[in-house]
Ligand binder design. Structure first.
Ligand code: ZN
Length: 316
């Protein structure tokens, strides 16, 4: 099985979004501000279709259901990862996700959500929120009650090329001026802590979930001070994070330094986030323009990347 599975992104209009993905990745966007590109997804809220090859036109969810051998016969009722690009021109709401146990009990057997962000581009003064400063539930509730958001939330300056891991129970928000590649568990369970008192176009406020948030926030977690990557690069590969849900690597392919990546996992997700090049699998070679997303199936030969590009790859 050396055939790579190229996917067509699904775009979601969002009030906080922008048009950057058009200029940066050449995507044909729907009208209006676009916040999210679901690049590799089999989630019902944005199921990607295969472009070209043996599975042309099929949904990724259908491949998962009908051809589990492509994914190493992994167990589970859904394709476990979801890869997105987010174009935040305005602030997203402050939120927190439950872990698997809480979500399973309180959200109809849903998965919890762990996510991580590779910062593709950050405006000069951009910040994000990761973590909070309250020592316990009561202190958190009191600071919320008093509207002391600046004391409560851990704001971190953000730069192009930073990386942040966001575990379940971490209060977080992507703020305006950042373009992010997000790797996450395929789940949509989000508890909104604060929405900056913003009104929707119809004048309403978005629903908040403070009670659930207080249940799931991990008050012992230490808030990070920076997203600078400290892991070493070895033969073009930097492991950004390794968790029980996913492993995420950054690959830097230089004209004089091709990168060989062994596909020894049930499957591999890959996104070309900068530059362009080719990938060779066995005796087949594929062009990889910037903004391409693909899945390499189980049992596929080593991937040999050539060109001048950066990729973010992930596997379970
Ligand atoms: Zn989140």
């Amino acid at each position: 099985m050396n055939e790579l599975i190229f996917l067509e992104p699904v775009f979601h209009g969002k009030l906080w979004g922008g048009r950057h993905m058009e200029a940066v990745y050449g995507y044909e966007l729907p009208e209006g501000p676009v916040g999210e590109c679901w690049a590799i997804s089999a989630h019902p809220h944005g199921d990607c279709r295969v472009m070209g090859g043996e599975w042309d036109g099929k949904y990724l969810s259908a491949l998962w259901d009908e051809h589990r051998e492509l994914f190493g016969n992994l167990e589970g009722d859904r394709f476990p990862l979801l890869i997105k690009i987010l174009d935040a021109q305005d602030d997203l709401s402050i939120q927190v996700h439950p872990d698997d146990a809480y979500a399973n009990e309180h959200e109809n057997g849903s998965l919890g959500k762990r996510e991580c962000w590779y910062i593709l581009h950050a405006r000069e003064d951009a910040q994000i929120v990761v973590g909070q400063h309250a020592a316990n539930r009561d202190e958190f509730a009191r600071l919320v009650e008093e509207g002391r958001w600046d004391d409560l939330l851990n704001r971190v300056p953000v730069h192009t090329g930073d990386f942040f891991q966001v575990d379940p129970g971490t209060v977080h928000a992507i703020l305006g001026g950042t373009l992010v590649l997000e790797t996450q568990e395929s789940s949509d369970v989000t508890y909104r802590v604060y929405d900056f008192d913003r009104h929707q176009p119809d004048g309403s406020l978005r629903e908040l979930h403070l009670a659930q948030s207080l249940d799931v926030i991990d008050f012992a977690m230490k808030a990070p001070e920076s997203g600078a990557i400290t892991a070493p690069e070895v033969d073009g590969v930097t492991t950004l994070v390794s968790t029980s849900s996913y492993v995420v690597d950054r690959l830097v392919v230089r004209p004089d330094a091709p990168v060989t990546y062994a596909q020894s996992w049930p499957f591999l997700c890959a996104s070309v986030v900068e530059g362009s090049g080719t990938v060779r699998v066995g005796d087949v070679s594929y062009d990889l323009p910037k903004g391409t997303h693909f899945v390499a199936p189980a049992g596929c030969a080593d991937l040999v990347f050539e060109g001048d590009m950066m990729l973010i790859v992930s596997h379970v």
